[in-house]
Design a protein around this ligand. Structure first.
Ligand SMILES: Nc1ncnc2c1ncn2[C@@H]1O[C@H](COP(=O)(O)OP(=O)(O)OP(=O)(O)O)[C@@H](O)[C@H]1O
Ligand SMILES: [Mg+2]
Length: 372
């Protein structure tokens, strides 16, 4: 086990910057998720930790060991970094049995035969592969193959696991199951794990902490609750949560309202205090609120404080069975609400909606930085 540290790490491909000044400290035994849209630099970051890419600038530590520092000419090759990787395309050796696939990294390291046998069987037991040890990969389902690939990675008990979207080619149901299995396995082994995904549900359910990346730049690192409840900027706020947070242009009024032109919502006293301190009274801001924090007034279960009701037109309803995603508009301000299945809203009709102002966010216009 070991901590992993990236200090001011950059990666250039020609004049394209794939990773910009990344600072990330992954604690011993932690399950850290790298989350971000396609092309944001997740795989590149993971490959630098693995030693498959050399950073252009900066330092990478695994445990106490400096494994990469181009300025000092230090670059430790992958085989000497004591890491195990599972990639999206987990190529198994097709001519080898499950047993031999899992045993392979140990054979490579000349581990004695009886110890190999013991460890392969232990890992197979853990992953529910005991009955399948004599099969070839082509005789396995996708999920079973996935577990063999995981088995091959964990049989070695490395200091760090690096996983790049390892569940991406499983069907939805199997993915949910494997998510839980992987999480349990990581807890059990206690090995520091860095896990790449662009799936925010995977990130929120599996990670101890989530590092959100956009265009090669780290946006925020925090627990799933932190990045959901207190996003650092509009990118994180919009990336985490489904459907995404509503963003609405507003002006902060002298008497403590968010003014949207067509309607107004009153800030809570402590929120207005913060806006006043930051000199945002009279200024334009971005107001953010999640669809789940906008209620059909008939179904607002708790007494939500504040002057926070408005009449909206129901444009479109997406019925998801357990809930309804309702596209709403007030004048030319549009937003989504997540209503319970029992809500009787109809397309083309009006509905009173309640905004839970306790859950409201304000972001600076321009920078997109969170005020609260
Ligand atoms: N060897 C390379 N040469 C040039 N550009 C590269 C190279 N590898 C990656 N890139 C670019 O760097 C950026 C980051 O790529 P990376 O593979 O890290 O993205 P990612 O976050 O893993 O995306 P995805 O979710 O699609 O896998 C992309 O714009 C990509 O085109
Ligand atoms: Mg990738």
């Amino acid at each position: 086990m070991a901590e992993v540290k990236l200090i001011n790490v950059w990666k250039q491909f020609g004049d394209f910057t794939a990773v910009k000044d990344m600072n990330l400290h992954i604690k011993d035994g932690e399950f850290m998720i790298l989350l971000g849209p396609s092309g944001c630099g997740k795989t590149t970051t993971l490959r630098m930790i693995a030693g498959l890419e050399e950073p252009t600038k900066g330092q990478i530590y695994i445990g106490d060991k400096l494994v990469a520092d181009p300025e000092k000419g230090i670059f430790v090759p992958p085989k000497d970094r004591d890491i195990a990787m599972v990639f999206q395309s987990y190529a198994l050796y097709p001519h080898m049995t499950v047993y031999d696939n899992i045993a392979f990294p140990l054979k490579l390291r000349k581990v004695p035969k009886d110890e190999i046998d013991r460890r392969v069987r232990e890992v197979a037991e853990m992953l529910g592969l005991t009955e399948l040890l004599n099969r070839k990969p082509r005789e396995l389902s996708g999920g079973q193959r996935q577990r063999v690939a995981l088995g091959r990675a964990i049989v070695r008990k490395p200091q760090v696991f690096l996983m790049d979207e390892p569940l991406s080619n499983l069907d939805a149901k199997l993915r949910v199951k494997m998510r839980a299995e992987l999480k349990r396995l990581q807890r059990q082994l206690g090995v520091t794990t860095i896990y790449v995904t662009h799936d925010q549900v995977e990130a929120m359910t599996m990670g101890d902490r989530v590092a959100v990346i956009n265009q090669g730049q780290l946006q925020q690192v925090g627990t799933p609750e932190e990045v959901y409840d207190r996003p650092a900027n509009t990118f994180v706020a919009g990336f985490i949560g489904s459907p995404p947070m509503n963003f609405m242009d507003a002006t902060v009024t002298e008497d403590g309202f968010a003014d949207f032109g067509e309607f107004r919502l009153k800030f809570l006293p402590d929120q207005f205090e913060v806006l006043r301190e930051k000199n945002l009274v009279g200024r334009e801001v971005i107001f953010g609120i999640r669809p789940e924090d906008i209620y059909d007034a008939l179904f607002a279960q708790v007494k939500i404080p504040g002057e926070n009701m408005a009449r909206a037109l129901v444009e479109i309803i997406e019925n998801l069975g357990g809930e309804k995603i309702v596209h709403l508009s007030i004048g030319d301000v549009t937003f989504l609400g997540k209503f319970p299945a029992e809500s009787r809203v109809q397309e083309g009709q009006e509905v009173d909606v309640v905004f839970d102002m306790r859950k409201a966010h304000v972001f600076e216009k321009g920078s997109g930085k969170a005020v609260f």
